[in-house]
Design a protein around this ligand. Structure first.
Ligand code: BGC
Length: 742
C-alpha cells in the first residue's frame, strides 16, 4: 500500500500538471534530503537476481528501497523492470521512479547492421528508421534510455569500437548522429515507444593512441573543434536528451574531469541542459588516471566538471554527502544535477506514470515484428559495399555449381555483431542459408568450413581465442573449390572481435583464413571474397589477387538474405565506404581529409616528401569507394557564385545496363586559410536512382557557414578566398572547379 501512497503523496504535494514541469521538479527537489538527491545521481547495473527473493539480501536492494538509486541499467524485460520500479516507487520515501537504460546500439531483438555498416548506406532515412525500430522494441520491453548513438569519429581501424560509429568524416558523422537521435527519440520523449538517446563518448575516445581502447588521446584544440566535436554538436542540435563522458584523457586531462569540455563547451557554448552520465565507473577511474588521490576527490572533480550521474561506480553515493557536509562542495552543484535528472524523468513521462513503458501486450505485438525484420533486410542490402568486381564476376550468371567455403559461411552469430542488446546468439540468417534459399535447386552448392576461426567462448566478456594451428579442413575445402564454377570464400571476424576492448594491432584476416584463401586460389581463381567484419581490414594480397570482394560487415538478423540478393543481382549494391581501408597497418591513421603539409606528394624520384618508403601513399580502398553493377559518368560540373552562396550542378549519367543508385559526393578544399585546411572535406551528399541510359542533374548549394571552420582562437569563421569545389563518385574520383568566394 505504501508504494501507491508514496507516489500519490508526491502528486498531491506537487500539485503539478505535465505542463508545469519546472515547478514540479522544483517542488520535488525541495522535499528531498541531501542523501535522496545524491541517490538520483547514482546508477547501477543490475541483473534479474536483484528482483528475485535473494535480491533482498543484496546491499543494493536496500539502496533501491531507500531511494538511493536514480537509474538502473541492463535489467531486461518488463516483468523484472516492473518489479524493481514497484520496489522503488512503493518503498522509497518519495517514490521517484527509476529510469531504465540499456545499450541499444543497432537493434534490440531485431538486429540491424552494425552502425559502421549502416553509415555506408548513405541513407539517412533508413538509418533513422533503424534507430526508430530499435527504440520501439526496447521501449516496448520497458527500457527508457539508450546509450547511443556513439558519435566518435575515428581514423584508426585498429580501434574495435569503429563498428559503433559512422566512420572517419565529421560532416557525415554529424548527419548520421542527428538522424539516429531523431530515430531513437521520435517527436516526443514521453511516447512509450521512444527512448532518450545519449551522444557518447564525450570526447575524443575514437582518437585513442594506436587504436588501443581506453588509451590516451592526443588531439589539438583545432582538430578537436573541426573533426571530433561536430557530431556531438549535431546530436545536441537534434536535442539528444543526454550525453556520456568518455574514458580517455585528452592531452593528460581525463574527459570525465574536463571542466572546459563540459562546462564551457557543452553547457555554456552549446547550451546543453540535459543529463551527462559518466561512462562505466569513469568517475572512479580518475584515481587511476592519477589526477586525484581517491574516490572522494574523483567525485568532486567529476561533479564540478559537469557529470550528473555516476554509472556503476557508486562514487557519488559513497562520497558526495560527506563533501557537502564538510563544506568542500556547494549543495547547489548537486541540485543542478538532480534538477536535470528529474527533468529527464519528467520528459520521459515517468513522473506521471512510472509504469507507462510496461505493457506486456505492447511488447508481444511489437518486438520482432515481421516489418522490423523486413526493415533490417532493407538496411542490410543498403549497407553492403562492393569493393572489387573484375570481369563483372558478380552478379552470378551462367553458373551451375558454386562452392561455399570458410568459417563464417554457416555462422549465424557473426552477423549479429557486437553490442547486440537482446539479439539472440546464433540467430542471423547465415550466408549459406541465404544462398540456398535464393538459388534453390538451380545451382549446385557445395560447402566446406575450411578452418575454424574462434575457439572457446565468443561473447562480450571473454577474451577470444583464434584458431592458429588446425589445417585439417583444408583438403576438403580444396576439393569442393576444384569442382565448382565459382567459389565464395566467407571470411572475416567473429562478432566479438570488434566492439569495446577489441583493439587489434594486425587487422588482416585473423587466424588461418588468409592461408586458406591462398590455398583455394591455387586450385580455383574464380573467387568472390565475402567479408564479414566490424572494422576496415588490411587485405592487400586479397585486393591484388581475388577478382571480386564484397564487404558485408556484420549485417544483422537478415544478413544471409541480403547478401544473396546482391550476389544474384536482385539488388544492385550502392554502399560506399565511410572509412578508409589501409594497405598496411603502418599507414594508420589513414583518412581522406588529411592536410597537405609542407611536403606533399612528389612526382620526381627524390625522397624528401611525406610518405612511407615501403608502401604507396594511397589507401587500399579510399573513403567513398564502392562499386555498382552499373557505371556512372560525371560531366558538366558548374559552380556559380551567388550573393551568399555557391550553386553547384553536375550531370550524372548511368552508362551501364541496369538501374542503379549512386551516392554523389561534394567536396571542398579551402586553398588558403589562417590554419591549414584539409585537402578535401565532404560538404554534401545526394543519393540518386538513375535508369540505364538516363541522366540526372544533381544540384548542391554551399553557404559561407558551410565553408566556415574553427580558427586558432576557436572562433567559427568564414575566410574569403579561393575554394576548389569537387564532385564525384568517391574521394579519389572527382571533377574539380576552382572559384573565388568572398
Ligand atoms: C561503454 C559504454 C556503455 C557502457 C554501459 C561502457 O563500458 O564504454 O559505451 O554505454 O559501458 O554498458
Amino acid at each position: 500500500m505504501k508504494a501507491v501512497f508514496g507516489f500519490s503523496i508526491l502528486l498531491a504535494l506537487t500539485g503539478c500538471t505535465t505542463s508545469n514541469t519546472s515547478n514540479r521538479v522544483e517542488s520535488l527537489l525541495n522535499q528531498m534530503t541531501l542523501r535522496e538527491k545524491i541517490g538520483q545521481m547514482n546508477q547501477y547495473s543490475v541483473g534479474p537476481e536483484l528482483t528475485g527473493p535473494e535480491g533482498a539480501q543484496n546491499d543494493r536492494y536496500s539502496q533501491f528501497e531507500n531511494g538511493e538509486v536514480g537509474s538502473a541499467i541492463n535489467l531486461i524485460g518488463h516483468k523484472d523492470i516492473r518489479k524493481l520500479q514497484e520496489l522503488v516507487v512503493e518503498k522509497s520515501r518519495l517514490g521517484i521512479p527509476l529510469v531504465f537504460a540499456h545499450d541499444v546500439i543497432h537493434g534490440y531483438k531485431t538486429i540491424f547492421p552494425i552502425p559502421l555498416a549502416e553509415s555506408c548506406s548513405w541513407d539517412l532515412q533508413a538509418i533513422e528508421k533503424s534507430a526508430r525500430i530499435a527504440a520501439k522494441e526496447a521501449a516496448a520491453d520497458g527500457q527508457n534510455w539508450t546509450f547511443a548513438p556513439m558519435v566518435d569519429i575515428s581514423r584508426d581501424p585498429r580501434w574495435g569500437r569503429v563498428m559503433e560509429g559512422a566512420g572517419e568524416d565529421p560532416y557525415w558523422g554529424s548527419l548520421v548522429a542527428a538522424a539516429r537521435v531523431r530515430g531513437f527519440q521520435g517527436e516526443d520523449l514521453s511516447d512509450p515507444l521512444t527512448l532518450a538517446s545519449c551522444a557518447k563518448h564525450f570526447a575524443g575516445y575514437g582518437f585513442a593512441e594506436s587504436g588501443k581502447d581506453y588509451n590516451s588521446a592526443l588531439i589539438g584544440r583545432n582538430d578537436l573543434r573541426n573533426f571530433v566535436l561536430p557530431p556531438f554538436k549535431s546530436a545536441n542540435n537534434a536535442n539528444t536528451a543526454t550525453f556520456m563522458n568518455s574514458f580517455n584523457d585528452i592531452d593528460g586531462v581525463p574527459a570525465t574531469g574536463n571542466k572546459w569540455l563540459v562546462n564551457d563547451v557543452l553547457r555554456k557554448e552549446w547550451m546543453f541542459d540535459g543529463v551527462l552520465v559518466s561512462d562505466w565507473n569513469s568517475v572512479g577511474e580518475l584515481v587511476n588516471h592519477g589526477v586525484v588521490k581517491d574516490r572522494a576527490e574523483a567525485s568532486a572533480l567529476a561533479l564540478k566538471a559537469g557529470t550528473d550521474m555516476d554509472m556503476e561506480g557508486a562514487n557519488f553515493i559513497d562520497n558526495l554527502e560527506g563533501l557537502v557536509l564538510n563544506g568542500s562542495l556547494p549543495e547547489s552543484l548537486i541540485d543542478d544535477a538532480v534538477r536535470r535528472i528529474l527533468h529527464l524523468k519528467q520528459n520521459l513521462g515517468l513522473l506521471d506514470d512510472p509504469y507507462r513503458y510496461l505493457d506486456s501486450k505492447r511488447e508481444q505485438e511489437i518486438v520482432m515484428h515481421s516489418q522490423h525484420l523486413e526493415a533490417s533486410l532493407d538496411m542490410a542490402r543498403k549497407s553492403i559495399v562492393l569493393l572489387k568486381n573484375e570481369n563483372a564476376l558478380l552478379p552470378l550468371k551462367d553458373v551451375s555449381s558454386v562452392a561455399v567455403i570458410g568459417p563464417l559461411a554457416k555462422d549465424k552469430d557473426a552477423p549479429i555483431g557486437s553490442w547486440r542488446a537482446q539479439g539472440k546468439s546464433n540467430s542471423a540468417v547465415s550466408f549459406h542459408e541465404g544462398l540456398v534459399n535464393k538459388l534453390g535447386n538451380k545451382v549446385q552448392i557445395a560447402y566446406a568450413e575450411g578452418c575454424k576461426l574462434s575457439i572457446g567462448p565468443n561473447n562480450f566478456l571473454n577474451k577470444l581465442k583464434i584458431e592458429q594451428e588446425d589445417r585439417s579442413g583444408f583438403p576438403g575445402a580444396l576439393a569442393v573449390a576444384k569442382k565448382s564454377d565459382v567459389v565464395f570464400m566467407v571470411l572475416g571476424e567473429p562478432a566479438f572481435m570488434s566492439g569495446e576492448a577489441r583493439s587489434r594491432s594486425d587487422i588482416g584476416l585473423p587466424g588461418l583464413q588468409l592461408e586458406l584463401l591462398q590455398e583455394v586460389y591455387k586450385v580455383n581463381e574464380n573467387i568472390v571474397l565475402v567479408l564479414m567484419n566490424g572494422r576496415p581490414l588490411c587485405i592487400p594480397w586479397e585486393e591484388g589477387n581475388i577478382p571480386a570482394i564484397l564487404e558485408t560487415w556484420h549485417l544483422g538478423s537478415r544478413a544471409g538474405d541480403a547478401i544473396a540478393d546482391v550476389i544474384v543481382g536482385d539488388y544492385n549494391p550502392s554502399g560506399k565506404l565511410t572509412m578508409s581501408f589501409p594497405r598496411s597497418e603502418g599507414q594508420i591513421p589513414i583518412y581522406y581529409n588529411y592536410r597537405n603539409t609542407g611536403r606533399p606528394e612528389n612526382d620526381n624520384d627524390l625522397v624528401f616528401y611525406q610518405h612511407h618508403m615501403d608502401v604507396d601513399r594511397t589507401p587500399l580502398f579510399p573513403f567513398g569507394h564502392g562499386l555498382s553493377y552499373t557505371t556512372f559518368d560525371y560531366s558538366n560540373l558548374a559552380v556559380r557564385t551567388m550573393d551568399n552562396e555557391l550553386e553547384i550542378t553536375v550531370d550524372v549519367a548511368n552508362t551501364g545496363e541496369r538501374q542503379g543508385e549512386e551516392v554523389v559526393m561534394l567536396y571542398v578544399r579551402d586553398k588558403v586559410a589562417s590554419v591549414s585546411r584539409p585537402v578535401l572535406e565532404l560538404k554534401g551528399v545526394r543519393k540518386i536512382l538513375v535508369d540505364p541510359g538516363g541522366q540526372k542533374t544533381v544540384k548542391f548549394a554551399l553557404t559561407k557557414e558551410d565553408l566556415s571552420f574553427y580558427n586558432v582562437l576557436e572562433e567559427f569563421v568564414f575566410e574569403p578566398g579561393a575554394f576548389e569545389i569537387s564532385v564525384g563518385t568517391s574521394s579519389t574520383d572527382l571533377l574539380t572547379e576552382t572559384v573565388q568566394f568572398n
